[in-house]
Every structure is written in C-alpha cells, then in structure tokens.
Design a protein around this ligand. Structure first.
Ligand code: FAQ
Length: 333
C-alpha cells in the first residue's frame, strides 16, 4: 500500500530540505521585521510579503498617475498664471510619484509592463477618490486640502514601512504632498476671505462633494479589511485604516472652522471623553461600487489611461530603436 508518507524519492527529499530551509528563513525574516528592521530588495522574503507589496505599491503608483486626470482637467482653466503654474507643477509631481513607486515595485521582480497591463485590463485597483469629477475651480483647492491631506495622513507612516525601497520613496513623496496640501488650503482661504458670495458657495459645494469620498480613501473599516492584519504584522502598514481616518477627521475639522466651511455630516461632534470627533456612518455601498468600477468617472479615467498608453506607443518604439542603434554602434567601435 502506498501513501504520501512513504514516498521518499530524491525529489521529495530535496523538497523537504528546501522547506526546512524556508521555514528557518521565514522565522529569521519574521524576527527581523518584528525587531523593526528594514528589508532590502535582495534580502530573502516570503512570497506572500512580496505579493502584498507588489499589490499595494503598484496600486499606489496607479493612483498617483490616474490622480493626475481630475486636476489636469483644470490646467487650461486656472484663474491666474500663478495658479496655473502651481497646478502644472503639482500634476507633474504626481507623475513623478507614480514613477518612483513603479520603480520601487520593480525591485520586487515585477515589470512595469505587467503592472500597467493589470491596470489597463481592470485587474489592478487605484484609489476610489479619483473616480469623482472635478466640477469647479474650488474642487482643485479641495483636492489639495482634503485628498492630499488624507494621502499624507496615510503615507507618513509608510515612510517607516518595513520594505526599505518603498519607505525611501515615500519620504520624498510626503514632502511634496505636504506642499500640495498647503497650496490647496491657501487657495481655498483666498476664496473664502476675499471671494464673492458665489465663490464662497462654490467652495462649500466642493467640500460637500469631496468630504465622504476623502474619508473612504483610507479603505474599509478595520473589521472588513482582509489585508490589514497581515500587513500590520509585517510592518507594511503601521496604523490601521480606522485609526488613520479618525486622525484625519481630528486634524481637518479645526482647519474647516478656520476656513469657514462645514462638512456634510449631521452626526459630527466633539467627544471630550475620547478627545476626538465622533462622525457619521460612511456609505460603504458607495465605496465598493466605486472600487468595483461603477463610480461616476471610472470608465473615463481608465479610458484616458489606456488611450495615453496607446498614443505613446511611438515614443516607446522610438526609444527602443534608438537604444538598439546605440548598442550596435558601441559593438562596432
Ligand atoms: N480605493 O484590506 P484593505 C494620492 C481595496 S495616492 C480603492 O484595507 P490594504 C496622491 C484594497 O486595495 C492615494 N481600493 O487593503 C494624490 C483591497 O483590495 P485588493 C492612494 C481600495 O491594501 C493626491 C480591498 O480594498 N494611496 O492620493 C481603497 O491593506 C492628489 C480591501 O482593503 C495609496 O495607495 C480605496 N480607497 O489597505 C494624487 C497608499 N481602499 O488589493 C493625485 C498606499 C481599499 O485586496 C492628486 N496604500 N481598497 O484587491 C495603502 O495604504 C493601502 O493599500 C490602503 C488599503 C489603505 C489604500
């Protein structure tokens, strides 16, 4: 009678040795991460850790690139040369963030073409927030204030992510996001302090539309977040989705008061016992609808990225032809 336990061919023995080695490596890896050590690209890592990072970093990179679209919509219509120059620089920064992040993900052994293919075929996610339309100029200030503000709250802890290439990329990204947040807030302050009643109403309308989607950026509630527990244990995520969301509300409401706007939440109130704001229930059905492709702008956003990829084919082909020509020249020399 044959059982698996009796099968002791050379291949099985090799597999046993490998898995014992892997178990030892895994134990050493877990100990390093638990001690707060940083993991470099060439270090051994469990396959699931690698996959989790590729998933998160590539989605983050896609978010930065798709995130250029709602703001890009207003570059030609910015009200002054100064605002146009600021917005152009901000949108370029977002492209730069996407590029650092694609590079960080590439260190894990995945190619940029694979990541972009996953985006273009709808397999990869990007932040829900960029599936909402930018209807007025005030939306641009509100994106800086709330969307970049939420992004910073989520990304500062990522500067201490256990995967060092991601952590290093995030340091520069956070510095730039912090400038983005301030420029957005300043442009809203100008409208609220010096603007006409119509301009002030435009700011309030933009806050009303962007508030809840900004809170959704932090992801599902902790109890419904399938990836959080493992990512926290591995030091990829340092603070949970709900805790970051709470910190964001607590930091943002005093800023809203200075601006002179309100947020569209009848249940918002200061809780002295918790030393924090209580806030209303998030519409998670809207969140999942948008994440799963049925938000107000999902089709336009993905369509624009696919078109940009197709329109850019000649640039990629020309770059490849140029590098082939250079290589031939070098060989001949
Ligand atoms: N949108 O188990 P969790 C920016 C997905 S950059 C879409 O909690 P995780 C700069 C999640 O992927 C903004 N999908 O997942 C800027 C997962 O699906 P999967 C982007 C979401 O990874 C500003 C499922 O739900 N920032 O704004 C969202 O542990 C202005 C279950 O969720 C980053 O990417 C969402 N909001 O935590 C640019 C930061 N939330 O993958 C232009 C890095 C969750 O299993 C203009 N990422 N999902 O199929 C992270 O910190 C994390 O990935 C979270 C989600 C917190 C987003």
């Amino acid at each position: 009678m044959y059982t698996q336990a009796m099968s002791v061919g050379p291949q099985d023995q090799a597999a046993k040795v490998r898995s014992a080695e892997d178990a030892q490596r895994e134990e050493a890896f877990e100990a390093r991460v638990a001690a707060g050590d940083f993991i470099e690209a060439k270090d051994w890592m469990p396959e699931h850790y690698r996959k989790t990072l590729v998933r998160q970093i590539s989605q983050h990179a896609h978010s930065e690139c798709v995130g250029m679209l709602p703001e890009g919509n207003w570059i030609t219509r910015a009200p002054t040369l100064k605002r146009k120059a600021i917005l152009l620089a901000k949108v370029q920064d977002e492209a730069g963030h996407g590029l650092y992040l694609y590079s960080a993900a590439e260190t894990l052994g995945t190619s940029r073409d694979q990541m972009l293919d996953a985006l273009h075929t709808g397999k990869a996610k990007y932040s829900s927030i960029f599936n909402y339309p930018t209807l007025s100029w005030a939306d641009i200030g509100v994106i800086g204030w709330l969307v970049d503000g939420a992004a910073i709250m989520n990304q500062v802890p990522l500067c201490r992510c256990s995967y060092a290439p991601y952590a290093r990329a995030m340091i520069r990204v956070c510095r730039e996001e912090s400038f983005h947040q301030r420029q957005g807030y300043e442009s809203l302050l100008v409208m609220m302090r010096e603007g006409t009643p119509e301009q002030k109403a435009m700011v309030q309308d933009a806050v009303n539309r962007w508030w809840w989607p900004s809170l959704m950026m932090f992801g599902p509630a902790d109890k419904d977040s399938p990836n959080s527990e493992q990512s926290m244990r591995w030091g990829i995520k340092r603070i949970s989705n709900d805790d970051l969301r709470q910190k964001f509300v607590d930091a943002t409401i005093p800023q809203a008061e200075i601006l002179g706007v309100t947020v569209p939440d009848a249940d918002l109130k200061w809780n002295a016992e918790r030393d924090s704001y209580d806030f209303g229930a998030i519409d998670w059905s809207e969140f999942w609808r948008v994440v799963n492709g049925d938000g107000p702008m999902n089709r336009e956003r993905l369509g624009a990225r696919v078109k940009a990829w197709e329109d850019g084919a000649w640039v990629r082909e020309a770059a490849l032809a140029h590098s082939r020509k250079q290589a031939t020249k070098e060989q001949a020399a």
